[in-house]
Design a protein around this ligand. Structure first.
Ligand code: SF4
Length: 253
C-alpha cells in the first residue's frame, strides 16, 4: 500500500514536470497590445518575398476543389472554419454536387447533411443553394470574374471574392484572413486596424512581381510559422527582417 502511495506521488511529480507552465507571453496578446513595430524598407520587403519564393516557388491554397464553382463553395464554407475541416466535409459533397444545378438538386437539407461538421452550417447551406440559384439565373451557371458580381452572391464578401479572383482567375488580389491580418500587424509589414486596411497596405508595399502569390505565401507563413500564440521565430526565414519587438522572446524558444 505504502509503495502505491510513493508511486502515485512520483507520477504526480512527473506529470507536473511535463506540464510545467510555459513562461513565455501569449504572442497574440503581445501583438495586440505591444508597441507598434517599425516599418520595412522597400529592399527588406523585396528580400522577404524573394525568400518566400525560393522556399516555395508555386504556393497553392489548401482548400480542395474540383472547379471554379466548388472553389467558390469551399471558400464560402471556410468562413470561421479551418481548411482541413472544410476539406473533410467537401470530399463527399463535391463529387455529387460539382455544378450549381447539381447542388440545387441535392437541396438545402442534403447540403446541410454533408456540412454539419462545419460551424454555421445551417446558414452556409442556405447560402450555397441561394448562390447556386443566382449563378444559374444571372451568370449561365458560371462563376463570374468580377468583384462586384461575386460580392453580390449570397454569403460572398470581399475576402471570398479575393480568394476566387486569385485562385480561379489568376488575379493579383490579396485576401486578408486572420493569418494575414496577424502577420501584417505583428511584423510591421502591413499594419492596419481592419482587414481592408491591411489589404490596402499590402497592395501598396508588395512588389508587383510577388503580388500574384503574396496571399498564399503570407497565409502559409501565418498558419505554420508565425502562429498566433507561439510563433516559430527561431526557424522563421524572415526573422532578421521582421520588426516585431518581442521576437527575441521566441527566437530561442
Ligand atoms: S520572426 Fe518570423 S515567426 Fe517570429 S514574429 Fe517575426 S515573422 Fe513571425
Amino acid at each position: 500500500m505504502a509503495k502505491k502511495v510513493v508511486r502515485a506521488a512520483k507520477s504526480k511529480k512527473a506529470a507536473s514536470k511535463k506540464t510545467a507552465p510555459d513562461k513565455r507571453p501569449d504572442a497574440d496578446k503581445v501583438t495586440k497590445t505591444g508597441p507598434k513595430p517599425r516599418r520595412w524598407t522597400g529592399a527588406e520587403v523585396y528580400e522577404a518575398f524573394s525568400r518566400f519564393r525560393s522556399a516555395n516557388p508555386d504556393p497553392k491554397g489548401e482548400l480542395e476543389h474540383l472547379n471554379n464553382f466548388t472553389l467558390l463553395v469551399a471558400v464560402v464554407l471556410s468562413a470561421q472554419a479551418t481548411d482541413a475541416g472544410v476539406n473533410k466535409a467537401t470530399r463527399n459533397l463535391f463529387p455529387i454536387a460539382d455544378t450549381p444545378q447539381r447542388m440545387i438538386e441535392l437541396g438545402e437539407a442534403g447540403v446541410r447533411d454533408h456540412i454539419k461538421t462545419i460551424g454555421l452550417y445551417r446558414a452556409k447551406a442556405k447560402n450555397v443553394i441561394a448562390l447556386s440559384e443566382q449563378l444559374i439565373a444571372l451568370h449561365a451557371g458560371e462563376v463570374p470574374r468580377s468583384r462586384e458580381a461575386l460580392e453580390a452572391l449570397p454569403g460572398v464578401g470581399r475576402k471570398t471574392a479575393n480568394v476566387v479572383l486569385n485562385i480561379a482567375f489568376g488575379e493579383s488580389t490579396i485576401a486578408v484572413d486572420t493569418h494575414l491580418f496577424r502577420v501584417g500587424n505583428r511584423t510591421g509589414l502591413a499594419p492596419g486596424k481592419t482587414p481592408l486596411e491591411v489589404e490596402m497596405e499590402l497592395l501598396r508595399v508588395v512588389p508587383v512581381e510577388f503580388m500574384r502569390h503574396a496571399h498564399h505565401w503570407l497565409i502559409l507563413h501565418g498558419r505554420y510559422t508565425c502562429i498566433a500564440r507561439r510563433p516559430l521565430c527561431e526557424t522563421c526565414i524572415i526573422n532578421d527582417l521582421c520588426k516585431w519587438s518581442e521576437k527575441s522572446v521566441f527566437l530561442n524558444a
